[in-house]
Design a protein around this ligand. Structure first.
Ligand code: AP5
Length: 206
């Protein structure tokens, strides 16, 4: 099972990727999580990319592509994966095709999670994440259990979220047509209960 979850910030890619990864027994490959881990470690890469994450801009394609090519060669990714937040530009999508060819990998599908702009802002501005496990919660729609230590992402402030949305529209939205033309795009309504979205996602991959 090799899937891409595509959609605007806050569409629920991370939430659904965590569930899919557990259900299908494959790793969730989130470029956002990988980059934040580098920033937290203050690695050379983390120092290089921090300003992009803070501003809500995109990290340069060549950095992302190198990170993905390396990650795809790790043992756990050999049985399959769920991409969350990658690819995000046409260059990344086209280069991914070369990487897949080189590593003899075939993508099974691209799931586009559709949610309106207003809902996105409300979702992202209420997001919190378990410090220990990385589990994603929402203060209203999916509150964390009592006692869980949570944190809020630096880029989840309304002004930055609106910028991320513009960056998405300019750079990532064209991928919907790109994958549609390849015949591998599935469109899923991302509204309603998290469990209902999961059901639609699973139906689309079966
Ligand atoms: P990244 O971490 O990928 O952020 P994003 O794409 O903006 O997506 P989000 O994580 O904000 O949203 P999501 O769709 O995962 O939603 P979630 O499930 O959390 O990227 C961050 C930054 O890293 C980028 O700005 C960029 O700088 C850099 N970057 C990353 N990848 C890159 C790449 N490939 N190229 C270049 N730069 C890159 O849900 C959001 C909230 O909604 C949560 O609170 C959740 O509980 C709630 N929620 C989910 N589903 C529902 C539902 N059905 N109903 C109600 N609430 C829901």
């Amino acid at each position: 099972m090799r899937f891409i979850l595509l959609g605007p910030p806050g569409a629920g890619k991370g939430t659904q990727a965590q569930i899919l990864a557990k259900t299908l027994g494959v790793p969730q490959l989130s470029t956002g999580d990988m980059l934040r881990a580098h920033v937290a470690l203050k690695s050379e890469l983390g120092l290089q990319v921090n300003r992009y994450l803070q501003s809500g801009g995109l990290v340069p394609d060549e950095i992302i592509l190198q990170m993905i090519e390396n990650r795809l060669q790790e043992a756990d990714a050999q049985i399959g994966f769920v991409f969350d937040g990658f690819p995000r530009t046409l260059i990344q999508a086209k280069e991914l095709e070369f990487i897949c060819q080189k590593l003899n990998i075939k993508l099974d599908g691209v799931i586009f999670i559709k949610v309106s702009d207003d809902e996105i802002v409300e979702r992202v501005c209420g997001r919190c994440v378990d410090v220990t496990t990385g589990q994603i919660y929402h203060v209203k729609y999916n509150p964390p259990p009592p006692g869980v230590e949570i944190k809020i992402r630096d880029d989840d402030q309304e002004e930055i979220v609106r910028h991320r949305l513009n960056v998405y529209k300019e750079n990532t939205a064209p991928l919907v047509q790109f994958y549609e033309s390849k015949g591998i795009l599935k469109i899923v309504d991302g509204t309603g209960l998290i469990g209902s979205v999961t059901q639609r996602v699973l139906e689309s991959v079966n």
